[in-house]
Write a protein of this length. Structure first.
Ligand code: F0G
Length: 462
């Protein structure tokens, strides 16, 4: 698992290509021109400005022929759609929850859940809240609390489950603020912590603590199937368990889950909430109908629910998961072998490059991760995303930039989309850049937007 030979991770694609989309690299001069027009913000580029797009794995992957076939079965009935029945059955079979509410994506599930559970002044613990979850907690004037174990911030620690909740911190937090905590969440895998998994032992312990303190426990399951794979591969005692058995055991600890299906659902759009209690389902359903649509479609078309029912099943295939995590590991090891610091051990969906280590000549005030992501586009037409102080924004009270924490460049790998050769091209580009890293220029804001500034701000090179 912490092997350093990139070839050991080579897991051939368990599919062949049936339909292709041509892509092309525009010239370096043209990339420079387009980046200038985009005001040095990669979110402003069009997809045909980009050669290899590693901005996100969310909704950017390829569907299988069986999913495309499933689309044709779509039942678009407003109420009681048969596609909904197939989706519900697929979710119950895999995760064990009987009551399902489709939503148009992950954050609409968060809107429904947080509206139901929270009131102003509440606190919501998580290992690390994803940005949209944190934003939805704050939108209810509540406080998002991250209680992940500190080792996640140590890039070089070899711990196999760096997404674990610090259960001692969770217990003492519950003891201190219990009356203000209406629910506890866990994000599996932990996207904002490098796609790192949590162990089943840890999830079981969190479940126990939540039962002891009588708090509902919900799992943000965007990449929980990848998490189950890591449990099977890395945790003692689970190598003989099927992915399905591990998933049901994870969910047996919780009262419910929500999922952005754009990740492990292997679809381009969609999401859902699934819960055990009929009473909770009835309560959530009111908000679902208000925000997203009637409870048998919730913002998804029937055909999309059929594609998702199929995609969830495909994601549980060990061949698929070996290939999926193999791609991430292969790219991680190629970079690490070349002396580039990346999150370690390899996580589930992305490689995160440590920009401070890559660009030691850039002070944090010049946003090294933003600078490196722009340089990677200029050098190779590769789009990545800054996960650092541009994204973290300013402190709500002091208004100072939040420079504490890591400055990372995330290379997220879309599902079943790019070949190993394309990823090796990305590795090769970064390795070439490392040799000449002093030519990478820092950035400064030209226009800084007040909310979620990474999406819409404008920059210039220093
Ligand atoms: N939870 C996690 C762990 C996520 O990674 C995301 C989205 C969401 C919730 C929200 O879901 O986008 O369907 O509304 N992550 C994407 C990313 C955007 O690029 O990592 P959504």
């Amino acid at each position: 698992m912490t092997n350093d030979n990139a070839w050991d991770y080579l897991q051939p694609e368990p599919f062949y290509v049936k339909s292709v989309v041509p892509i092309r690299q525009i010239s370096a001069q043209e990339r420079r021109r387009r980046l200038e027009t985009a005001k040095y913000n990669l979110f402003n580029l069009a997809s045909d400005d980009v050669f290899i797009d590693l901005l996100t794995d969310s909704g950017t992957g390829a569907m299988s022929h069986n999913q495309w076939a499933a689309l044709m079965r779509g039942d678009e009935a407003y109420a009681g759609s048969l596609s909904f029945r197939r989706l519900r059955n697929s979710i119950e079979e895999i995760f064990g929850f009987e009551h399902v509410l489709p939503t148009h994506q992950g954050r609409s599930a968060e809107l429904v859940l947080m509206t139901h559970f929270l009131k102003p002044g509440d606190h919501v613990p998580n290992n690390i809240h994803f940005d949209t979850t944190a934003a939805h907690v704050q939108y209810q004037q509540a406080i998002d609390v991250n209680l992940v174990h500190d080792r996640i911030y140590d890039l070089q620690s070899d711990h196999p489950f760096k997404g674990n909740m610090d259960t001692a911190k969770l217990e003492s937090y519950l003891r201190e603020h219990g009356d203000k905590i209406p629910l506890v969440c866990m994000t599996l895998t932990c996207n904002s912590g490098g796609g790192q998994p949590a162990s089943l032992e840890n999830v079981r312990r969190v479940g126990e603590i939540c039962r002891q303190f009588e708090k509902p426990f919900l799992i943000d399951s965007a990449r929980v199937i990848e998490n189950a794979w890591f449990i099977q591969q890395r945790e003692q005692g689970f190598s003989n368990w099927s992915i399905g058995a591990i998933l049901r055991e994870i969910m047996a600890q919780a009262d419910g889950m929500w999922m952005s299906a754009k990740k492990d659902g292997l679809v381009n759009m969609g999401g859902f909430i699934a819960v055990r209690s009929h009473e909770l389902y009835e309560q959530l359903r009111m908000y679902e109908i208000l925000f997203d649509g009637f409870s048998t479609y919730g913002g998804m078309s029937g055909r999309d629910m059929d594609a998702l029912a199929q995609g969830l099943q495909e994601c549980c295939s060990p061949d698929y998961l070996a290939y999926r995590t193999g791609q991430v590991a292969h790219l991680s090891v190629l970079l690490r072998e070349a002396g580039i610091s990346v999150t370690w051990p390899p996580g589930g969906h992305a490689v995160y490059v440590d920009a401070a280590q890559f660009c030691p000549h850039l002070p944090r005030e010049q946003f090294p991760a933003q600078a490196l992501s722009l340089a990677l586009y200029l050098e190779g037409g590769v789009r990545s995303v800054e996960i650092g102080s541009v994204l973290r924004g300013r402190d709500a009270v002091t208004k100072q930039d939040r420079f504490e924490g890591l400055d990372l460049v995330r290379l997220a790998i879309p599902h079943r989309t790019y070949s190993y050769t394309q990823l090796e091209f990305v590795a090769n580009t970064l390795i070439r850049m490392k040799a000449d890293h002093e030519s990478i220029r820092g950035v400064r804001f030209v226009k800084e937007t007040p909310v979620l500034r990474h999406f819409t701000s404008e920059f210039e090179l220093i």
